[in-house]
Design a binder for this molecule. Structure first.
Ligand code: ZN
Length: 84
């Protein structure tokens, strides 16, 4: 996070194989959940991606990533708020 795109890219000698949309979603676009408080609970939303409910405290940050399901909880109005 933070580096401009392309700066650390390898030489573009070979085009990268296309990544299926469904897979790309997990790699580059973890689900961002906008929350109003710094303390959040995540249980993965249940179902196949569910996990035991855990609590996270953003502390000094304005976002926190769930270590189980890679969801990002972004503080409303913070740097990771996609709706800003
Ligand atoms: Zn989670």
């Amino acid at each position: 996070m933070g580096s401009p795109p392309g700066q650390n890219s390898p030489p573009a000698s070979e085009p990268a194989p296309p990544i299926p949309e469904s897979q790309r979603k997990f790699m580059d676009n973890p689900e961002v959940v906008v929350v109003a408080t710094k303390k959040v609970a995540c249980d993965g939303g249940g179902g196949a991606l569910g996990h035991p409910k855990v609590w996270y405290d953003m502390s000094e940050e304005d976002h926190v990533e769930c270590k189980y399901c890679d969801r990002v909880f972004a503080l409303k109005g913070g740097s990771r708020d996609p709706g800003k």
